[in-house]
Structures are given as C-alpha cells and as structure tokens.
Design a protein around this ligand. Sequence first.
Ligand code: ATP
Length: 216
Amino acid sequence: MSERGPHGVFGGTFDPVHVGHLRLAEEAREALLLERVRWIPAGQPWHRAAPQTSPAHRLGMVRAAIAANAAFEVDGREVASGRPSYTVDTLTALRGELGDAVSLVLILGADAFALLHTWHRWRDLFALAHIGLATRAGQAVDATTLDPALATELAARTGSDARVLRERPSGAIVRFDMTPLAVSATDIRARLARGERCRYLLPDEVFEYIRLNRLY
Ligand code: ATP
C-alpha cells in the first residue's frame, strides 16, 4: 500500500457550489483522514436535467469556492470533455494516472448514494475506489428503502473503521456523520432568481463570481 494518504474524489453538478458541498468535502477530509480532495464538476450530467449554468462557469465557481483550502483541488476533465461523463470512466482515468496503490475515496451524500445502482457500470466502481458515505441533513441511509442489489453491497462492504481506507486502495464503504445542512443548489437558484444575495449559503467569492458573470 502506498505511503500517501487516501485521496478524496468529489463529483457534482455544483450549479452553484454552496456551503453544503464545502462542509461535505471538509468533513469527509477530517473524518476519513484524506490527504486531499479532488473536486470534479460534471460537464453534461447524464443522469439529470441539464444544469442551468454552463460547465465553464460551474468550474469557475468551484475554483473560486475552494481557492483558500490547500487540501482541495479542482479537476476540470469532465467539463473539458464536452460530452456526458461517467464516474466509472473518470475513476479509471485517475487510476491510470495515480497508479494502483493509492487509495481513492468517492465522496457521496446519502441522496446520491441511494441512486448509485442507476449509475453506468456501478458495480465496477468498487474495484476503482472506496465510497465515503455522508449522512445528509438527517437523511440516514435506510437499507430497507434501497434497491436490493445496492443494499446487499452496502451490507457486505460497510465497515465502521476508516483505517480500511489506508489498508487497501478500493472496495469499502465507510460512513461518516456530517453536520446536517439543509442547503440545496435548487433552493439557492430560486433565491438568486428572486434577487436574494444568499449570503452565508454560498461563499462570498462565489456570489461575486455570479454577480460579475450575471448568472441565474
Ligand atoms: P440540486 O439541488 O441542483 O440537485 P445539490 O445541491 O444536491 O444540487 P449536487 O451538485 O447535485 O448538489 O451534489 C453533489 C454532491 O453533494 C452529492 O453527493 C450530494 O449528495 C451532495 N450534497 C449536496 N448538498 C448537500 C448538503 N446540503 N449536505 C450534504 N451533502 C450535499
């Protein structure tokens, strides 16, 4: 196993990026002892309606939001690809670059995890990365409401100890508690459209980016 700490991988639409995303990444970093967190904005998400804002601006907002955190970095590969990107392909490419030894941890909120069985080649994800699973805004993962195949993987792969992330490069699901923050990009878009400034829901740098570029 590599001497390097596990690397977090955090994908999302980020339309716009908000404090819920920032706390999720930071609390994952602290709870799972991640060396760094790589933020990967989706270009054209394949699984949901087209974002309101262009990929380049969503990337720009993430850059602005994370600039002050030395453990965060932005990865523009999905935005640059210009076509729908699948996480399995992105993780395969990252593995090719980082090698087989480094531990990768895909960070997911509980709502995103509950849809994992709908992702392209979702079972292949476990050979590429671990999953760091957060509880979002009181939505605990209730295995009885999950897709049965996903519930089976969850039961087989969940361990309580984040040390597993340093012992092997992929394959485990580690849960961590996250401060509940009922903030969503959908709600923020509606507020911005009404002319609200959304102070403290978004970093000031992101609001400034939105204002300068006349987004939302
Ligand atoms: P939308 O409201 O447009 O659906 P969103 O705010 O849920 O957007 P996404 O970009 O779809 O943001 O989310 C990326 C990831 O961040 C997902 O794993 C999601 O579960 C997680 N996430 C988003 N908001 C929060 C939050 N308030 N607390 C914890 N996790 C969150």
